[in-house]
Each structure stands twice: as C-alpha cells, then as structure tokens.
Design a protein around this ligand. Structure first.
Ligand code: DMJ
Length: 832
C-alpha cells in the first residue's frame, strides 16, 4: 500500500479491509486499483471505437446521434470551426492515450491511421493555439515515443514520419505570427493562409492563445532545427509579458495588430489559463530561468491581487478590483499547476471549491457565480450552464494525488469514473451536459475527452504508469495532456523529408498591409463599445459589493483607506455543515466548546484521509451555501461521506472547526501601483544582537518596512464571535489588547498617535493576509515607525503604546512597530 506502517497495524488492515472489491467499497487495494484501471480503459475503448466507427475521418463523432461532426463550411463565424479543421482532430489528439494505458497495439493502429490518412491540406480556418496543442502536441509526443528505444513504444523502422507531419503543420501555423507585434493572429486557414480568414475573426487574440503554442513550437525547433518556430512563439510570449500592467498582471485578450489590451479583466481561467501553465512548464522543460521568473512573478501577483478566501477571482488587471462574480470550469487546472510549482498547501486549498462543485453538480458548471443574490437559486448560481466533459478537475485531482497519496483523491476518481459509466455514457461515446440546471445532454464529444480526461483518470489509478517511471522524470504534460520531453541526444539529427509547404505562403509584409486597415477600423468600433461595457459593469459592481464595504466604514472611518472588496461576509447559520447527513453533524449553537466535532465514525481503521481531516474542510459549504445549490434532479451525498469510503478512510474524521462568525475586509495603503514593488519579507531567524531591550522579531515573522502598496485582509475580532482559528473571542482578550493602545503621549500629539477611546463596540483587528501571504498564528508583522508616520494623517493608521498599531481606534493584534533603531530598517540586525 502507499503508506508505510508497522506490521501489526498492517495486519489489522488486512482484517478490516474487505478482500473482495465491490463497486461501492473504496478499499484502493492493488486489486481494486487494477479494476478501476480496467474500467477506465473499457470506457476509453468505447469512445475510441465509437469515433472510428461513426465519426472518422471527420473531426468528431456526435455521441447521441452517432453521426460525424466537422467544420461548418456554410458559416465561417461558427466558432466550432476553431477546433474542427477537417483533419480528424479526435484521432490527432487521442493516440498517446494508448501509451498511457499500456496498449501498444492501439498505439500502432492509431499511428498507422495518422500516417496513412491525415492531411493538413484543408480549406479550414482554425485557431492556431487549438491546433497547436491538440494536433502538433500529439504528433511531437508520438514522435518522441516512436523514436525512443527505451520507453517501450519504439516503432521498428520508424524514420521521423510523425515529425515530418508536425513540421508540415508547424509551417502552416507560422504565418499567423506575421503581425507587427509578433503576437499571432488567432486563426489561420490551413490551405490558404492568414489572409483567407475574415478580418473580423482576427482582431483579438486571447492571452492563452497568444502564449500557448510556445512549448510545442519550441520543441519543434529543438527537434527539427528550424529556428522560426521557437523565435516566433517565444517572442509572442515575452511580448505579452512586457505588456503586463503595473500590478504584474496580464489581461485576457489583445489586438495582435496594435499590441494593446482589449479589456482589463484577468484571472486564472478561460482565455488566460495556459499563460501561467506554459511559463512554468516551459521553465521546467527547457530549464529556463526567464520563464520561471515570469511564473514566479505572475503567481505572486495573482496571490496579491486575485486571491479571495477560497479561490482566485477575476480582477481588473490595472486596479486589482474584483471584475466578475464567477469562477469558471477551466480554472480547475490551477491546483495541478500549483502542485507542479511545489505549492502544495495552496493547491489543496484551491482545489477544495472544485471538489465541492463536483459534489453538488456532478460536473463543473462552465461558470459558477459566487455572489450573494437577493433570491438564490440554481439559476443564479450557475452562470453558464454547460459541462463539455472538461478534463481540468480530474487533471488537478491526479496531480494532488501524486503529491499527497490522499485516498480522497482516489475517491474523486471513482466518482468521475461512475459518472462516465452512467450519466455521460452515450451510444456512440460520451455526451457532455448541455444544461446543468435541468440535466439535459449535449450531442458533442470534444477530442479532449479521449485525449485528456481518460488519460488523467487512468493515471490516477496507476501507480506504476510509464509516465511515473524514472526515465520520464523530466517529461511534462502539455496543456492538452501530451507528454513532452527534451531528448537532447536526438537533437540536430533531423532533415525534413519535404519542404513543399513554405512558410511564406504570403510574405509578412503583404499580410500586414492587407489585414491591418480592416482590423484597425474594426478595432476602433469595438473599443468604444467594449469600454462602455466595462464601465457599465463596474458601475453595477460598485453598487453591489463595493457599496457594502463603503457602508460598513462610512460612519467611523470616513477619511479612511483606499480599500477594495469585501471578501468575507459571515452570519451564524443554524447548521454549520450544510450538505452533511444530520446524524453526522453535532451542532452546538451556544458556541461554548473549544471545538465542535463532527461525529466520529464508529470503526477505527488504521489509515485516514488527511485532506478530509483539515478542520476547515466544511467551512466553504456553509460560507457559499447561497451558491452551492444542487439542481433539483440531484441528491448525491458528499463524496467523502459515502459509506464505502468513510468506513475505511474516515478514522477519527472529520474534526471540524466551527465556522468563523467574524467579518473580514480588505485595506490597501497608499498607491496601488506600488503593490508589486512593496517589500514583504519573511524573517528566517532571530536578531543577532545579543541583548536588545525591546521585543525581538522571531523566525516566521514578517518584516514590512514601507506601508505604501501594502494590501491587508483584516479580521474583525469582537466579543463572542468565533474567529478563523476556531476560538471564541473573549471580552477579556479584547480589553487586554485595547488597554495597550490608550495613548499616553506627553505632548498629546493626537494627530499622530491613536486612541482606543471610542463609543463603538470594542474590537480588535487581526491581519489574515498581507500582500497574498497568509499570516499564521503567533506570527507578527513588524513595520517601521516612519512608515506609520508618513501615512498617518490620511489613512488613520496610528502608533499606540508599546509599539502597538491602531487602525482608526482599533488595535491590530499582530502588527507591531519595530523598535530596532531610528532608521528602523534594521536589516542588519534581522536576517531576512
Ligand atoms: C483542452 O483543450 C486543454 O486542456 C486546454 O488547455 C484548455 N481547454 C481544453 C479542455 O477544457
């Protein structure tokens, strides 16, 4: 098994675990995992056979009506044409799934079919990035396996035919980069080049699309030696980065002609997702420090500006203000990326929402709306209602399982598997959901179902998979789930079989001359209307959430703060764990115990799920109960509470923290533009000064010399509220802290020194987050006296007694003035 245990308890396990694997028992023994893999393979085979029989050589098969599906030649504006280029895209996306499923025969059949029938001489306008990630990525991955004797998928007599095809496709995509900015046009006609695409389909490239082909294109260069591939795509990626806002954020779409953003919204989901993914994966694949710094900087910027309590939001890239009230399904890939970046606890936290969404909907709505409505319903919660069987949730589940081996992720896999065996199963493949709110199905199976969704599902159940072997340790999964690596040995050995497709289908100049006037005209019309749209939206937003915060602060803090959004809003509900069977919930409305415990299941097996034992595991259910609303046709119990799982993995679990009843709000000091420059240091050790007569910072504390550009999330501690650390706030605690801040200033300089005298209810503030960094228990944020003084008149931040700091008349529990000398920089005496 996966966890090493003393023999005695292992023997105990043998007695406790059922030896026969039933469908409803989550034992996850070797035999059980083997059965789960076999079931996954069976599903994949059903999809593959259906496509070959009823769809091929078209791009897709329609799973409900069993007919082929391809581009819509009668309407060039039909967006399905973006992925359907009439080159059998399902085949060109899925063949490497055979590799992951240890099926050499299937792999050979797939490769033979590609080589004997696929052609890119198609009069279709396709998205450059869709074609790159699906077809180009697959061909490169197949080539790497077919030409490598060490991986078990070598093809005897193979002489680069797959690479030839990739090369041919690469040359057809390359003219898209012929823009003045180097940002690619979004679409290209595979036979007739960029000019054959209507200009109104070329004015905007989404950020993910512009940056995305980089990995595939760069690999194509490394394998074929044609520098144009990497130069073009790398240049586009770095141009995007150069255009970032002062918050280090990159909006979601731009004009390839004008190289300017066409909106300011950003986030981690649709239109931007793979930008972060390829910064990190490119850094790993090519050992590239520049790309790594793009990832690190972006991640930090997102944490500062876009991280709410449980998930990343969409924000305005210039101001950091909340831009929309939804989370989209595509963003579910992000926890997997966080795992790859080594941010494991961040990843688990980000994952939790998607886990809950799957529990509620048995799918992920394309957009889920988290904002509180006057009358909540499934209609208000599901902002975009379809689920086209996207892979992102299972992709992150797989990465998290590999990093933690927590059985709850396997349980998720079982639930996903069951959904494909029942709900999504169709006569000719698998059908996505058309409308989650009422449960209608979609007559479509996109190529990523067979190329990604089943691949990650299988990998989740397969400890010994080829992808987990030592000789693939440097490989990464592309954004479309194709395994890529850099084979340094085979570099420089390639001569293209044919150069019959020329990259100058049309010269760069002529593309530019022909397209630019039309696009400029279109842009000027469009910009005026989109500016209007953005304005309207933000006005609405101001009336809603922003207004709440204004109201909250209006009376006592009229001069205060350039603040942002109200993130938390809490109320005591009768039950604190919505969605759990009542016999498993122990409700103590008096809030007198230190801990409220979930009922402990009676069996006491030796293993358990650590994720599920997290004391905040259920907080999100309650906090977002207004938006986690199940459609009427679903009545599923939470996955972790299913009997067959809980009785085995639920030892001493779950132990739940009480839901916080405190409120939180955000504060931004000084200039927003300084956010990304602000210094927030983590203290790694004690001061080296032998004996200081003032309190010293300790390891784990923060050092923040300047408050300008500092964003804090504050928790408001009031008597009898339950705080985020699961404690009831006592009046004694409040009074003790407030006693410190009574001002005893000999000069009675009340302009600069604060006072706790107030007629308001006494309270204390606590910093929960500082520029995206969580501030844990017993951690102090040290700031300099000068920074307080320089902001004091405008922002109502004051020095209290003994180095304490006040916001208005409230002391801040974990923020203190560092007394280490007048210059207060003190970097010499603190290791930071
Ligand atoms: C896939 O084509 C890829 O995972 C891509 O990166 C994002 N969109 C789809 C699946 O949702």
């Amino acid at each position: 098994m996966l966890i090493v245990r003393p023999l005695a308890s292992f023997l105990g396990l043998l007695i406790l675990l059922p030896l026969v694997v039933g469908d409803s028992v989550s034992s996850f023994t070797k035999a059980h995992l083997q059965s789960l893999r076999a079931q996954t393979k069976e599903l994949f085979d059903h999809g593959w056979r259906s496509y070959i029989q009823f769809g091929y050589p078209a791009d897709e098969v329609r799973p409900l009506s069993c007919i082929p599906y391809g581009p819509n030649y009668s309407d060039s504006y039909d967006l399905r044409n973006d992925v359907l280029g009439n080159f059998s895209v399902t085949l060109l996306d899925l063949v490497d799934t055979f590799i992951i499923m240890h099926d050499y025969e299937g792999f050979r059949k797939g490769v033979d079919l590609i080589l004997s029938t696929v052609t890119f001489d198609s009069d279709s306008a396709v998205q450059v990035f869709e074609t790159s990630i699906r077809a180009l990525g697959l061909l490169l991955s197949l080539h790497l396996f077919a030409s490598d004797r060490s991986k078990g998928f070598y093809i005897p007599g193979y002489s680069n035919e797959l690479l030839d095809l990739a090369y041919e496709l690469g040359l057809k995509l390359l003219p898209a980069y012929s823009t003045p900015s180097g940002i690619p046009y979004p679409r290209v006609n595979l036979r007739r080049g960029v000019l054959a695409v209507p200009s109104s389909l070329q004015y905007e490239t989404c950020t993910a699309g512009a940056g995305l082909p980089m990995l595939e294109m760069a690999l194509l260069l490394r394998l074929t030696g044609n520098p144009s591939f990497e130069e073009a795509s790398r240049n586009a990626f770095m141009t995007l980065w150069e255009l970032r806002t002062s918050l280090n954020l990159v909006p979601m779409g731009l004009s390839p002609v004008k190289s300017r953003w066409l909106g300011q919204t950003t986030g981690i989901g649709a239109s931007i997702d793979s930008f972060y993914e390829y910064a990190l994966k490119g850094a790993i694949l090519f050992d590239d420090a520049e790309l790594f710094s793009v990832w690190e900087t972006s991640y930090k910027a997102l944490s500062v500006s876009a991280k709410a309590d449980w998930f990343y939001t969409t924000v305005d890239a210039e101001t950091g203000y909340l831009a929309t009230g939804w989370v989209d399904s595509l963003s579910a890939f992000f926890p997997g990326l966080q795992v790859l970046a080594g941010r494991l606890s961040d990843a688990q936290r980000t994952y939790l929402l998607y886990y809950k969404l799957w529990g509620v909907y048995g799918a992920l709505p394309e957009r889920w709306n988290f904002q509180r409505q006057r009358k909540s319903s499934v209609k208000t919660a599901v902002a975009l209602e379809w689920y086209p069987l996207r892979p992102e949730f299972i992709e992150s589940t797989y990465h998290l399982y590999r990093a933690t081996r927590d059985p709850l992720y396997l349980q998720v896999g079982v639930a996903v598997l069951k959904a494909y065996q029942s709900r999504f199963m169709a006569t000719c493949g698998f059908a996505g959901i058309q409308d989650i709110r009422i449960g209608t199905m979609q007559d479509r199976m996109e190529s990523f179902v067979l190329s990604e969704t089943f691949k990650y599902l299988y990998l989740l159940f397969d400890e010994d998979n080829i992808a987990h072997q030592e000789n693939l340790k440097d490989a990464i999964f592309s954004t479309e789930g194709h395994l890529l690596w850099l084979d340094r040995q085979s570099l420089d050995s390639y001569t293209p079989a044919s150069d019959n497709v020329s990259s100058d289908l049309v010269s760069e100049d002529s593309i530019h001359e022909n397209l630019e006037p039309a696009i400029s005209e279109l842009l000027s019309q469009l910009l005026s209307s989109s500016v209007e749209r953005v304005k309207q939206f933000s006005q609405n937003f101001l009336r809603n959430d922003y207004g709440k915060l204004r109201k909250y602060y209006a009376t006592s803090r009229s001069r205060l703060l350039d603040y942002n959004q109200m993130v938390l809003e809490t109320k005591i509900n009768k039950t604190y764990m919505a969605g759990l069977p009542s016999e498993l919930v122990l409700v103590d409305e008096d809030l007198t115990d230190a801990f409220e415990m979930c009922e402990v299941p009676s069996s006491n097996p030796p293993f358990s799920s650590a994720f599920m034992s997290w004391d905040r595991f259920y907080e999100i259910d309650d906090r977002y109960s207004h938006a986690l609303i199940a459609p009427p046709y679903r009545s599923a119990a939470p996955l972790e509470q299913e009997e067959g799982f809980l009785s085995i993995w639920g030892a001493n679990l779950p132990q739940c923290a009480r839901r916080p009843t405190t409120e939180s709000f955000e504060v931004l000091f000084g200039d927003k533009k300084k956010l990304r420059l602000a210094q927030v240091d983590h203290i790694l050790g004690q001061s080296r000064e032998p004996k200081l007569d003032f309190e010293q910072p300790k390891a784990g504390d923060f050092w923040v010399p300047h408050l300008d550009g500092i964003r804090l999330r504050m928790e408001k501690l009031e008597p009898r509220k339950i705080d985020s650390r699961n404690r009831e706030v006592s009046s004694d605690y409040i009074n003790a802290l407030r006693a410190q801040c009574i001002v005893a200033d000999p000069l009675e300089n009340y302009d600069l020194l604060g006072s706790c005298d107030t007629e308001e209810a006494p309270k204390v503030l606590r910093v929960e987050l500082i520029n995206g960094n969580a501030v844990h228990e017993n951690v102090t944020i040290w700031i300099s006296r000068t920074s307080v003084q320089s902001l004091a008149p405008n922002t109502q931040i004051f020095e209290g007694r003994n180095g304490s700091v006040l916001l208005g008349s409230d002391p801040i529990e974990n923020l203190r003035i560092y007394e280490g000398g007048p210059q207060a920089g003190a970097s010499q005496s603190i290791q930071v």
